[in-house]
Design a protein around this ligand. Structure first.
Ligand code: NAD
Length: 368
């Protein structure tokens, strides 16, 4: 049998709990990595092919993300081994059983992730009184609807642009993945004077050197259309978004989209990571060598988790926006100040997060 302590280091994981309810075929793992900054927040992922190792790795990523965001929360994650497309009644029964099974893990506050949504968090909250990412009617702040992550991304970009002497007025922006994060990032950057010269979705890329109408494209997507349905601009294949020369390139779709094989095609001054791990390590190092400023995902896309924390503490939508703006601006500035020439902002961001956890650890009784 695998050594159950194979993941352990100075930071965690504090607990890895297996949950098994044979009557419902419920198999789940909750990983609470570290709670030195406060109770752990992290999503509940439902998929047939998850693993305890994945739960731990995602929990560790949340420890760093929450600390880097400056939140009084640690990192945790849960995985449920099941197909999220199962019949609705079965899914509700399974999520409710999962919630009651983890009721006494009070250091873990669940949120939505792949395969779960705000309704699922509503069920969890109904069972155990603890969850974030709730429906509005039970105290939730709908972070995708209000654009929490896109708003934070635009704030991070504003700070980065100032850092390299780039004015956002007239700055050329390209967005890969015109979904929730991509649309709102484009909208908030547009309000700061930037021009959207390219956007892509799963059907292809739309470009216009003179600037695309951001509001019209958002309406088109909300009505179920694809970017290629837009009556103006040039239509190209999905990969073409990488070739668009621009000042700010925003990946907001999938992991690992920029890699050793295509990074040379990317010509931008700033790459602002809306998606999680959109660049391979190799690509990120190559961009740094070429002087491209890469804003790491867990600094730039923390708007959603900051919003969730505000929700948990009973705050309003307005206070969520204020908190996102304040924290993301301060954290981006701190990371850029710590990034030495040629080094990766990601390394500076990880060190910033680790320092914060280490300082929080010193306040804990068992550390003395
Ligand atoms: P979403 O599903 O709303 O949007 C994703 C968009 O990407 C869709 O429009 C889809 O058509 C498009 N897409 C998928 N594959 C593509 C491809 N190969 N090329 C071009 N477009 C493609 O998802 P989202 O909530 O906007 O999240 C986007 C990314 O940001 C994900 O990686 C997610 O994990 C990450 N993220 C989201 C949030 C959030 O608050 N929603 C927070 C942090 C990180």
């Amino acid at each position: 049998m695998d050594d159950p302590f194979r993941f352990a280091d100075q930071m965690g994981p504090l607990k890895i709990v297996h949950i098994w309810r044979p009557q419902l075929a419920l198999r789940a793992v909750v990983a609470i990595d570290n709670i030195d900054c406060g109770p752990a927040i992290g999503g509940v992922r439902m998929a047939p092919d998850v693993s305890a190792e994945e739960a731990f790795r995602l929990a560790r990523a949340m420890t760093l993300k929450n600390a880097a965001a400056g939140l009084p929360h640690g990192g945790g994650k849960a995985v449920i081994f099941a197909d999220p497309k199962m019949p609705a009644a079965d899914k509700e029964a399974m999520i409710r059983a999962f919630a009651t099974a983890m009721a006494d893990l009070v250091d873990y506050i669940p949120g939505p992730d792949m395969g779960t949504d705000e309704l699922a968090m509503g069920w969890v909250h109904d069972e155990i009184g603890r969850a974030v990412g709730l429906p509005r009617e039970v105290g939730g702040i709908p972070l995708d609807e209000i654009g929490a992550t896109g708003f934070g991304l635009a704030a991070a970009i504003d700070v980065a642009a100032g850092h390299i002497g780039l004015s956002l007025t007239g700055a050329r922006v390209a967005v890969q993945g015109f979904g929730s994060v991509g649309q709102h990032a484009a909208r908030f950057l547009g309000e700061k004077g930037a021009v959207l010269v390219g956007a892509s979705d799963t059907h292809g890329t739309l470009t216009d050197d003179n600037g695309l109408d951001i509001g019209a494209l958002i309406t088109l997507k909300h009505e179920g259309g694809a970017l290629r349905d837009y009556r103006r601009g040039q239509k190209r294949d999905g990969e073409a978004i990488i070739d668009i020369p621009c000042d700010i390139w925003i990946p907001a779709a999938r992991p690992d989209v920029i890699h050793g094989g295509n990074v040379a095609r990317l010509h931008a001054k700033i790459v602002a990571q809306g998606a999680n791990i959109p660049c391979t390590q190799e690509a990120e190092a190559d961009l740094a060598r070429r002087g491209v400023l890469v804003l790491p995902d867990f600094i730039a896309n923390a708007g959603g988790v900051i919003c969730a924390a505000v929700e948990y503490h009973g705050g309003t939508e307005a206070s969520a926006f204020a908190m996102i703006e304040e924290k993301i601006r301060a954290n981006t500035k701190a990371v850029l100040e710590r990034t030495t020439a040629g080094a990766l902002p990601r390394t500076a961001a990880v060190n910033l997060a680790k320092d914060r956890v280490a300082r929080a650890m010193r306040t804990r009784r068992w550390e003395h």
